[in-house]
Design a protein around this ligand. Structure first.
Ligand code: GLY
Ligand code: MN
Ligand code: MN
Length: 435
């Protein structure tokens, strides 16, 4: 299988990472373990994103190592050895010879030789950079050796969070494909449609384009739209209800993440329109803030201010804007009863990508920089079953989230998912209509 990027892209990443580490360190990056679904059935394997980032190796049971015991960095991949009998059952393997020849590493070994190769190196190095919990063999070796260990994530994350031109090109494809899938689902809108049917339309668009979902698709009609992590997708969407679809794909390892909410019968009611327009206004205000130099928390605060004022204007909150927002550092006021998540996250090899930035606590987070890709996804949720807060009858059963993927550029925010409609007039012209 060809590499996602030219070898030079990986060499650049490896040098940028290793160049920051103290001399005499050893780096061990393991891939994820395979996960059992039940009994002897596994989930399809998906490699750890750090492994993909450094060398694009996507087979299970592997370790990327970098050692500078000789004064020069030397990289090694430990991989599953060729084994015809195992390959008949589980699939072809590249093996150490192919790995050394075609992948961006200096050497390769069988994973069976891992301890034997690493043990002598431990005596020579002063610190080992390794992510604990991924590889029990490495964890045991390090525990037994009393050697100083450190987590390499902070070094790698500051690299991963700024996307190269080549990465942005793939992320554009991922965003375009997810947009296309959402439009296909909108065309299938009609009263009584199954959540599962809309899911299948979305996901068959992914798979028929040689992509896959980046996270389990959320397709929630009516009250289900107000369940943030709903993904059972087994109910029909009733006439008059909104459906919320949060679905994105993974193209060559890179995720997109889009949410659209629309009336299944093709027409927003007045109450649905009021909430939808408020969320859309807050999303547009938040996107506008996504410029170099803005603090991570600022686009969340921008969305929150619009939402809080809108809830007051609609009579859902009976207080001043300051009271609705709460602590000016935390934004923890009663608007959070209806908008309880952050406004976005970094996006890349992982849907919730590295780079930090939790919103809704008092950490202002990192500053936005050109090359960062983030989601902007405010929402409002009025699940009719809720007993924790007042749910006005007019809005009961409404859940709305609007989510786009945004590239921060020197010239301002660039919405990668702009081909996915979100204006009410655009949605109403598409829902239930043949393309
Ligand atoms: N789809 C997960 C999220 O929007 O964060
Ligand atoms: Mn998201
Ligand atoms: Mn999402």
């Amino acid at each position: 299988m060809p590499l996602t990027f030219p070898i030079s892209e990986y060499s650049k990443r490896q040098s940028a990472f290793l160049g920051q580490l103290p001399s005499n360190s050893l780096v061990l990056i393991s891939t994820n373990p395979r996960s059992i679904r039940s009994n002897d059935t596994h989930y399809p394997f998906r490699a750890n994103s750090y492994m993909l980032y450094l060398c694009d190796w996507d087979e299970s049971d592997s370790v990327w190592m970098a050692s500078n015991s000789t004064g020069e960095w030397e990289t090694t991949l430990f991989v599953l050895p060729r084994d015809t009998k195992a390959e008949i059952w589980e699939g072809r393997r590249v093996g150490p010879e192919g790995a050394a020849k075609y992948w961006p590493v200096d050497k390769a070994h069988s994973i069976m030789d891992l301890s034997e190769v690493i043990r002598p190196l431990l005596g020579d190095c002063s610190v080992v950079f390794s992510i604990a919990g991924l590889n029990p063999e490495i964890d045991a070796l390090l525990n037994d050796s009393n050697i100083e260990t450190a987590n390499p994530k902070s070094y790698l994350d500051q690299l991963r969070v700024i996307k190269s031109e080549a990465e942005i090109e793939i992320m554009r494809k991922s965003a375009d494909l997810a947009s296309e899938a959402h439009i296909l689902a909108m065309r299938e809108g009609n009263p009584g449609v199954g959540e599962w049917h809309l899911q299948s339309v979305i996901e068959s668009c992914f798979t028929s384009n040689n992509a896959q979902w980046a996270y389990p698709s959320i397709v929630g009609g009516g009250d289900n739209a107000a369940i943030l992590h709903y993904n059972t997708n087994q109910e029909s969407v009733k006439d008059g209800d909104l459906v919320l679809i949060d679905a994105g794909c993974e193209v060559q390892g890179y995720a997109s993440d889009i949410t659209r909410t629309w009336p299944v019968n093709g027409r927003f009611t007045d109450a649905q329109r009021e909430i939808y327009e408020l969320v859309l206004k807050s999303q547009i205000a938040a996107i506008e803030v996504c410029r170099p130099g803005a603090r991570w928390v600022e686009f969340h605060n921008a969305a929150s201010r619009v939402i809080a004022q809108g809830l007051i204007d609609l009579g859902i909150l009976d207080c001043t804007l300051e009271e609705a927002i709460g602590d000016p550092n935390d934004f923890d006021g009663p608007y959070r009863n209806y908008f309880m998540h952050g406004t976005g996250h970094f996006l890349g090899l992982d849907v919730h990508d590295v780079g930090g930035g939790r919103q809704g606590d008092d950490d202002p987070g990192p500053k936005l920089m050109p090359g960062m890709v983030i989601t902007v996804e405010p929402g409002l949720y009025f699940g009719s079953w809720r007993t924790d807060v007042n749910i006005p009858e007019r809005y009961a059963g409404i859940g709305v989230r609007i989510e786009d993927d945004v590239l921060v550029t020197a010239d301002g925010p660039l919405v990668l998912t702009s081909s996915c409609p979100k204006e009410i007039s655009e949605l109403e012209a598409i829902i239930g209509q043949e393309g």
